[in-house]
Write a protein that binds this ligand. Structure first.
Ligand code: HEM
Length: 150
């Protein structure tokens, strides 16, 4: 006998009214967020595979990864902006994905609110720190193993 599996959406029947489609309602943030996940996903495929190929496949591969390798890459603005785009897109994509999961699964308004506050706070800290590291990285710190610094 054939069996069918019915899809039951998370929190079905209990979804906050603000997520309902109301005819004539202005504002399309959720649609833009949905589209952003698809477009950022496409860019992430290119960025992540480019990152993996240059870091792990060409040259000495994984054995060539050290402080000097990173210093060399970040001396080139192309890789600075590549890593910046990867950081920003992965963080915004991941944060928006987790925001969706929180909205879907956290029942109480206060729980949803605080989980999202923690999420946004962590995102801002990581994006700001990561951006600063990429653009303020100095390979010639005291004790640097690089010959060009000595
Ligand atoms: C390799 C490139 C990637 C592609 C093509 C991709 C694609 C997608 C797409 C299309 C969705 C939406 C799924 C849906 O709405 O049902 C999604 C959701 C999500 N992505 Fe990605 N993604 C990528 C990388 C990442 C990375 C690097 C992270 C983490 C930083 C991440 C975290 C998430 C999360 C948390 C969700 C939400 C999952 C859910 O709703 O159940 N993704 N991804």
């Amino acid at each position: 006998m054939a069996t069918t599996t019915e899809f039951v959406p998370p929190r079905s029947g209990r979804i906050d009214k603000k997520y309902n489609r109301v005819p004539g309602k202005k504002g399309n943030f959720e649609m833009v967020a949905w589209l952003f996940m698809r477009i950022s996903g496409l860019f992430l495929v290119v960025l992540i595979f480019g990152h993996l190929i240059t870091n792990l496949l060409v040259g000495d591969g994984i054995n060539g990864l050290d402080f000097g390798f990173v210093a060399g890459k970040w001396a080139d603005p192309l890789w600075q902006f590549w890593d910046l785009a990867m950081l920003w897109l992965a963080m915004l994509h991941g944060t928006n994905g987790v925001r969706t999961i929180i909205n879907d699964y956290a029942d109480k308004d206060r729980t949803r609110f605080w989980l999202k506050m923690v999420l946004y706070f962590a995102t801002v800290v990581i994006v700001v720190l990561g951006t600063l590291v990429i653009f303020t990285f100095d390979p010639c710190i005291p004790g640097s193993p690089l010959e060009v610094c000595n």
